[in-house]
Design a protein around this ligand. Structure first.
Ligand code: HEC
Length: 386
């Protein structure tokens, strides 16, 4: 028992800080996001009030999102460094072995298999979690952008994408929070209390238990093969400019994400509307009214068949169709009038409600002044059909 305790470095300080940054931004995003997904829940209302209103909630949510985006950018730069400069094995890439390990672990857990899989630097569970996070970050980033910049988005994509993005953002958020609470908590804190992300170290027993293949590699001297300083310097000379460009591009991306629109940030207090709340029913679509009256040839006789019928058809027929309360579909209909009686009284302008209504203005369909005087002339003439 009192053997000297050998420990192995699992996560250098930079990685632990990265994890902490992600933990904090993720936590804040979930904490300020879920009350927005479930705004009517008592606990959401309580929390929003505690924070001082939805504006503050959103400000924290957006700030955390920016932190997470920067953290992701940093992660990408670091991954590039490890792959290109250090030429480290890409230990996080999934492989067929992971599928086999997963199967073996399942068999072991249900009591069929006799041996738990022996795994290396990252177990299949850790890889699953990592790639789930990558997937989640992609979905949340994309849908977050759509909601943060709805106007810009709607220029490129159909408008329906914005409510769809909202639904996906909330759904993925619930999934992610549950994955962290159930899966991550269980795997890292309940199954064994794994402190490696805080101390950076793992004891020999822990290594033997969780990453036996990596331990074997370390013991065999297969890891951390020294790269000659000269080679490193050469690779860095190539990678640093690339990383600089990448950094600028990613920062510009974050800037483009955050700055263009304020719409989602500013909630406008409800204004008393100058428009009437009640809008009378009108059939849709209403055709665009003709821009100008079609001038009638001077010698056209003023009869329903020659000209007046066409005028009614053009201006009034969309609404006053055959069979409606008042139809202008035929001469007979027009002369019959509505349920309230005739609207055209031949030879009597004053009694013709059609004229009074059209002269009063404001009707949903209207003759132009010229057209109206033609119609009036026709009525005064006795409203002939032929
Ligand atoms: C956008 C739809 C629409 C258009 C276009 C329209 N109307 Fe109407 N009109 C109505 C509605 C709705 C009423 C009231 C309901 C009813 O009685 O049919 C009405 C009522 C009337 C009435 C009173 C009927 C009554 O006795 O109750 C007259 C007269 C009338 N319209 C004339 C016209 C004339 C003439 C035109 C064309 C220049 C016209 N309307 C175009 C929708 C329209």
């Amino acid at each position: 028992m009192s053997k000297t305790k050998t420990s192995y470095e699992r996560f250098p300080l930079a990685r632990r800080i990265e994890h902490l940054v992600m933990l904090l931004s993720f936590g804040l995003l979930g904490l300020t996001g879920l009350p927005q997904k479930y705004p009517l829940a008592d606990i959401s209302i309580w929390f929003v009030n505690l924070i001082g209103g939805v504006e503050n909630l959103r400000a924290i949510h957006h700030t955390s999102a920016i932190v997470m985006m920067l953290g992701t950018a940093w992660h990408i730069l670091l991954a590039g460094y490890k792959v290109f400069v250090l030429r480290e094995r890409m230990s996080m890439l999934p492989s067929l072995q992971d599928v086999k390990d997963g199967w073996q672990a399942l068999m072991y857990n249900v009591g069929i298999g006799r041996k738990f899989p022996q795994m290396g630097r990252f177990t299949f569970e850790e890889k699953l979690e990592y790639w789930a996070f990558v997937w989640g970050a992609l979905v949340m980033g994309l849908t977050g952008f759509l909601m943060w910049n709805p106007i810009t988005s709607a220029r490129i994509l159909p408008g329906e994408w914005i409510p769809a993005a909202k639904a996906a953002h909330g759904g993925e958020a619930v999934l992610a929070v549950l994955a962290i609470i159930i899966w991550h908590m269980y795997g890292v804190h309940l199954k064994t209390f794994n402190k490696a992300m805080w101390t950076g170290k793992m004891s020999e027993e822990e290594m033997l238990h969780e990453h036996p293949l990596e331990l074997a590699d370390i013991k065999a001297g297969l890891t951390g093969r020294g790269v000659p300083a000269e080679v490193l310097r050469k690779r860095k000379r190539i990678y640093y400019p690339i990383a600089a460009v990448l950094t600028v591009v990613m920062l510009a991306g974050v800037y483009g994400f955050v700055v263009p629109e304020k719409t989602a940030l500013t909630t406008i207090p409800p204004q008393p509307s100058p428009l009437p709340v009640y809008v009378p029913w009108t059939p849709t679509p209403v055709p665009t009214p003709l821009p100008t009256a079609t001038p009638l040839p001077a010698d056209t006789p003023l009869t329903w068949d020659s000209s007046i019928g066409a005028l009614f058809a053009a201006r009034c027929a969309v609404c006053h169709t055959a069979g409606s309360n008042l139809s202008f579909a035929s001469y007979a209909d027009a002369i019959t009038g509505s349920a309230d009686g005739p609207v055209i009284v031949p030879g009597n302008l004053a009694s013709s409600t059609l004229v009074t209504i059209q002269e009063a203005g404001g009707h949903m369909g209207a003759f132009t002044p010229e057209e109206l005087s033609t119609v009036k002339e026709w009525i005064a003439d006795g409203a002939p059909e032929k």
